[in-house]
Write a protein that binds this ligand. Sequence first.
Ligand code: INI
Length: 154
Amino acid sequence: MQRIEGRLQLTGTERVAIIASRFNHLITDRLVEGAQDAFLRHGGDGERLDLILVPGAFEIPFALDRVLAGGRYDGVCCLGAIIRGATPHFDYVAAEATKGIANTTLKYAKPVTFGLLTTNTIEQAIERAGTKVGNKGFEAMVGLIELIDLYRSI
Ligand code: INI
């Protein structure tokens, strides 16, 4: 059996985009920091990392489509924070962002990772943005690095 998997190592030549939403930016700024940290610590060249900001998680799929259609990047890391409020708004935004990112990713042969928090409370979001439960932005970028390398061999 041939085992094929991606290495957690960039060559320094890859162009990567982060698409992050500004809504709940106290949280998403921390996710961006985590993703940037992961990119640099795995051999990425900071000059080849772009940050694209959109108003909210709902807009991430539309920006993702444009970015992938442009063909400039080897991979895209999507970051956002959807936090439940008193109304059903959360469910609509979370569903559309998730579905939109998945559907858009399927249209292009490029790796994309999903670093969107969907939490019931602000505390749960803080825990996942660089405190108790780690940094999901860092994790999403590590996943992207693995996929970029994997896609070279499959
Ligand atoms: N956008 C988020 O990124 N997170 C949220 O928690 C959120 N909530 O709950 O309202 C949210 N809403 C804004 C939405 O993404 C759009 O930007 C807005 O509806 C304009 O299209």
